[in-house]
Design a protein around this ligand. Structure first.
Ligand code: NDP
Length: 324
């Protein structure tokens, strides 16, 4: 009898991931990604990690027979994927299954930021409509804007497709111009040029070293006093202090944010600003979409641990196979 492979779950995880891992594998849950929490005699048994937390090189090194890290989420900036590849450890994420949900959320966040719908609802609920009259007209609107997408990947493109329906022009910046000729969006050579050319800047690039604090004071300056900044990518991509300064001094008009530098801690200075719309990192957070992500996490484990190719390897791991 072959024993079932041992899958380690460090920290919090979606319920469906936990249930399926327990049903299909041997499962060990620990409170956080700290190897000392795994009994020494079990460390060499660990074949896989299913997680949504930070997995650094030291944690990877602690398990000599580790074969795959399956990340819950498309963004895997918390995982040292370069080190994993050096150790021949597969890394997978959950692309595509959340793309439409995140794009839908982004549209809602854009409209809520521009047209103040959450504030207008609160106004009605506390009785001000009846006592004080109509909610004040909003100074901002989507009408007449040009959108700039920083990160025209899977989600960025789904956002652009939705914005097409709103009849506004769209530009984008990636490290390289997309070669697909099937869409009309204009490429800008740099983030500052993009910010300068648009008045609605939507950030949906991955986190990590390459994008650390690249949305900075210069970018906000370029976006301008009528400019609106939306972030559904990662909080680490933004210089949060520079953003607070730009919002409070009127260098930009408003911001809509689903992600923050130090989640779940959001600076009070940001919350105190009247021109900010915030969400607690909920872009993909429906039961339906999270279940699809959970299934992909476990399907990747099942495929790889039975000797088949991983379903959705991250780019750093794409050349790995079972013979390595
Ligand atoms: P993709 O890999 O499909 O797209 C990423 C895009 O960003 C690519 O077009 C890429 O183009 C561009 N990009 C990457 N690095 C840079 C850089 N340094 N400078 C400029 N452009 C860059 O990913 P997805 O669209 O599937 O997801 C994007 C991100 O969204 C995730 O990594 C995650 O962080 C975030 N996300 C947030 C969610 C939330 O709950 N708020 C939910 C889901 C995702 P190129 O390679 O040419 O530079």
């Amino acid at each position: 009898d072959n024993p079932k492979p041992l899958v380690l779950i460090p920290g919090k995880i979606n319920d469906r991931v936990r249930e399926r891992v327990k049903a299909e594998f041997d499962c060990l849950e620990i409170e956080r990604a700290d190897a000392s929490l795994v009994p020494e005699h079990r460390r060499s048994e660990v074949r896989a990690i299913a997680s949504m937390t930070v997995i650094d090189a030291a944690f990877i090194n602690a398990f000599e027979n580790l074969s795959i890290i399956s990340n819950f989420g498309v963004g895997y900036d918390g995982i040292d994927a370069v080190h994993a590849a050096l150790r021949n450890v597969m890394v997978t994420n959950t692309p595509d299954v959340l793309t439409d949900e995140v794009a839908d959320t982004t549209i809602a966040l854009i409209l809520n930021t521009l047209r103040e719908f959450p504030k207008a609802e609160a106004y009605l609920r506390v009785g001000k409509w009846a006592s004080q009259g109509n909610y004040p007209l909003t100074s901002l609107t989507l009408r007449g804007r040009t959108a700039g997408i920083f990160g025209l990947g899977r989600i960025g493109l789904a956002i652009a497709r939705r914005l097409d329906g709103f009849d506004i022009p769209i530009r984008y910046h990636n490290r390289s111009k997309r070669q697909d000729i099937s869409f009309p969006y204009r490429y800008e050579e740099s983030l500052v040029e993009l910010a300068d050319a648009v008045d609605l800047l939507i950030c949906v690039v991955p986190g990590g070293e390459g994008t650390e604090k690249v949305v900075n004071a210069e970018v906000f300056e370029a976006l301008g006093p009528n400019g609106v900044f939306i972030n559904v990518g990662r909080g680490s991509t933004v210089d949060e202090e520079a953003m607070i300064e730009a919002l409070s001094s009127g260098k930009i008009a408003a911001a809509g944010l689903d992600v923050f530098a130090d989640e779940p801690n959001v600076p009070q200075a940001l919350l105190d600003l009247p021109n900010v719309c915030v969400l607690p990192h909920v872009a993909s957070a429906s039961i339906d979409t999270r279940n699809k992500m959970a299934n992909l996490v476990v399907d990747n484990l099942a495929a790889w641990l039975s000797g088949n190719p991983a379903l959705t390897p991250v780019s750093e791991a794409r050349s790995l196979n079972h013979d390595d």
